[in-house]
Design a protein around this ligand. Structure first.
Ligand SMILES: [Zn+2]
Length: 324
């Protein structure tokens, strides 16, 4: 899986387009007409890993994919550089997820890119509010302040293989529209990938059908879609945004939940600090393990791509929940 960075020989054009894009004036000539790469491939700019993965798997040899989020960078609070603003304005297709990375939302809106596909429009998004009501019933607090960046919906939609398959089909259609000459290949690849995601969904459904407990504790609230899909209950130390800090009250609540629900494991992630997870686990005498929200792939990730990391997640959940 390679992520092709933008090419070398086009500096004057880039500079001209940068000036135009930053000035917010007419964008004609930047990113229109030709696909922009000069090598016959469609230039796709994807905002973060799960969308890069879809573009690469569905686009194959017909596309060059540039990611806005560098591997190893936590994607929620990404900043967009002037160079990336240019990449967006010149892209043959932009893929992003509205409500996940505010700087990307703004830059996409200002880019004037000809073909833009918003991943959330291809599926249904889970209300962040449902999550909060559930906690309110249990007398819990500590989730305030996390939804301002998300427009009231939970952005972590790619962690539900069923919804991610719907997004794959939408990305296939968007590629076909942006590059009609290769439409048949895009549609075929999207179907194949959706089929693989359906198989992954069945693995999760079977693997988590019977467990000793349904509750798992995570660092940030990334696994709401996954929990809902497979009848589990996620308790997150922080909210939807990994930058937020848990209150002392929230830590006490988690201790109660862990005891009542016979939780065995506190999960942490590869891209954010594991300090609070380790503190909580230490206080309760619980194990720690990695549950990876697939927000980016690094050499520390428990797998080399979406499928490998998700299968590692399934194995970790089966172990922690006491699956049969
Ligand atoms: Zn997240």
């Amino acid at each position: 899986m390679t992520t092709r960075r933008r090419s070398r020989s086009r500096i004057p054009v880039l500079a001209a387009c940068a000036a135009t894009a930053l000035g917010m004036t007419a964008l004609a000539g930047c990113g229109t007409g030709d696909d922009g790469s000069g090598d016959g491939r469609l230039d796709v700019v994807a905002s973060f890993y799960p969308l890069e993965f879809l573009a690469e798997r569905i686009g194959g040899e017909h596309v060059g994919v540039t990611g806005l989020t560098e591997p190893g960078t936590e994607p929620h609070d990404l900043d967009i550089s002037p160079r990336q603003t240019v990449e967006l304005s010149e892209a043959g297709l932009v893929l992003y997820l509205e409500g996940f990375q505010p700087a990307v939302d703004e830059a996409v809106e200002q880019s004037g890119a000809e073909h833009v596909a918003e991943a959330g429009s291809f599926t249904t998004l889970r209300e962040d509010g449902g999550h909060e009501e559930e906690h309110a019933e249990e007398g819990e607090a500590g989730h305030e302040g996390h939804d301002h960046d998300h427009g009231g919906t939970d952005p972590h939609v790619w962690l539900d293989p069923v919804r991610y398959a719907e997004i794959a089909e939408g990305v296939g259609a968007a590629l076909a529209e942006a590059d009609p000459d290769n439409a048949a290949a895009y549609e075929r690849n999207a179907q194949t990938l959706a089929g693989e995601l359906t198989a992954l969904d069945q693995e999760f459904a079977e693997g988590l059908a019977a467990t000793e407990t349904e509750t798992f504790i995570t660092t940030h609230a990334a696994f709401g879609y996954l929990a809902e899909r497979y009848g589990l209950h996620e308790e997150a130390i922080t909210g939807l945004d990994p930058e937020s800090e848990p209150s002392a009250e929230r830590m006490r609540e988690l201790q109660d939940v862990a005891r009542e629900d016979r939780v065995t494991t506190v999960f942490f992630e590869t891209l954010v600090s594991d300090e609070t997870a380790r503190t909580l686990a230490g206080d309760l005498g619980l194990r720690t393990a990695v549950l990876d929200p697939v927000e980016g792939i690094t050499e520390d990730s428990p797998g080399a791509d979406y499928f490998e990391v998700m299968r590692a997640n399934l194995a970790a959940l089966r172990e922690a929940l006491g699956a049969e």
